[in-house]
Design a protein around this ligand. Structure first.
Ligand code: NAP
Length: 286
């Protein structure tokens, strides 16, 4: 229950009505018996500066930052962590006095989701479909954890090639048109194939990126960053071709738990909490 001692964190984005983050964080506050609440904070584009001043004035502990503010918010941050610097985007702010610290927990959340299912990145080859903001966090994580090779495929090779420039570890990354024969040949020996596009996300659940599954290494893992629906067409096709699959729910939960730890200093490595959050979200997404 909210009382005069309750502290606040929240989600700064536009729109925010469909977010699952309030469920995750408020469940975690209840789990650890912490008198904090996580609230939605709809902030229109163009109002970010005022929003950050408001958060400071209202003594917010921090916020998550989501679409469309993840890149623009960098201007209002005093200090960035390494992941946020490398990715060029922030999804978590921690406010201490007048200072705003910016973090990117998407990269760590992606990494922890792979660790959770026992996948080791070092020396492996990954194929990414799509090259937007989430792909940048994924690639940061892969490159910083010893991936040997990354093939990035998308609908506009020139745009992807530009996107790849400036990545630390660029020598291990190549850009492809995802309809080309060169890209198809990358699928044969990959260990991880990741959908980083919104193709297949509700309400367009019938969409999927073009992948020739007859070529894909069947011992690879197929990972879809999408969590709504829990099983996309991309994952269904991968399963039918014998691949193990991971949906975006694990990354969603792991990035949230990392933000939670930044704000509260709490060790969130509780399997019971993870299971509780996972089953709650699965019910919401049915
Ligand atoms: P984004 O920045 O808009 O990037 C989307 C990428 O997909 C771009 O490369 C874009 O290509 C490509 N794309 C978009 N529509 C396409 C289409 N119709 N055909 C072909 N390519 C298309 O989006 P994002 O923020 O990276 O998010 C991508 C997905 O990841 C979303 O589904 C999001 O919900 C999910 N996500 C999940 C988590 C999680 O915690 N599980 C976290 C973040 C994001 P162009 O550049 O050519 O437009």
């Amino acid at each position: 229950m909210i009382n005069a001692r309750t502290k606040f964190v929240g989600l700064l984005g536009w729109p925010v009505e469909h977010s699952l983050s309030p469920f995750i964080h408020n469940l975690a506050f209840d789990h650890f018996k912490i008198n904090w609440r996580y609230i939605p904070l709809p902030v229109q584009p163009g109002c970010l500066e005022q929003a950050v001043s408001g958060l400071k004035a209202l003594n917010f502990i921090g916020v998550n930052v989501t679409i469309p503010h993840k890149v623009d918010i960098v201007k209002y941050v005093d200090e960035l962590d390494d992941a946020a610097k490398g990715i060029g985007a922030v999804n978590t702010l921690a406010i201490a006095g007048n200072k705003v610290h910016g973090f990117n927990t998407d990269a760590g959340g992606f990494l922890n989701s792979l660790i959770r299912c026992g996948f080791t990145i070092k020396g492996k080859k990954a194929v990414l479909l799509g090259a937007g903001g989430a792909a940048r966090a994924v690639i940061h994580s892969l490159l910083h954890n010893g991936i040997a090779e990354v093939a990035v495929g998308g609908r506009n090779q020139e745009k992807i090639s530009k996107w790849c420039q400036g990545l630390a570890g660029i020598l291990r990354v190549k850009a492809y048109d995802w309809l080309s024969a060169d890209f198809a040949s990358q699928l044969k020996d990959c260990d991880l194939i990741i959908n980083c596009t919104p193709l297949g996300m509700s309400p367009n659940a019938f969409e999927y990126p073009p992948v020739d599954w007859s070529i894909v290494n069947s011992s690879a893992i197929a990972y879809d960053l999408i969590y709504n629906p829990l099983e996309t067409c991309f994952l269904q096709q991968a399963k039918q071709n014998g691949l193990a699959t991971i949906n975006g729910l694990a990354m969603l939960i792991e990035q949230a738990l990392l933000s939670f730890s930044i704000w509260t200093g709490t060790d969130t490595s509780s399997d019971r909490l993870y299971a509780q959050i996972e089953s709650y979200l699965k019910m919401q997404l049915k």
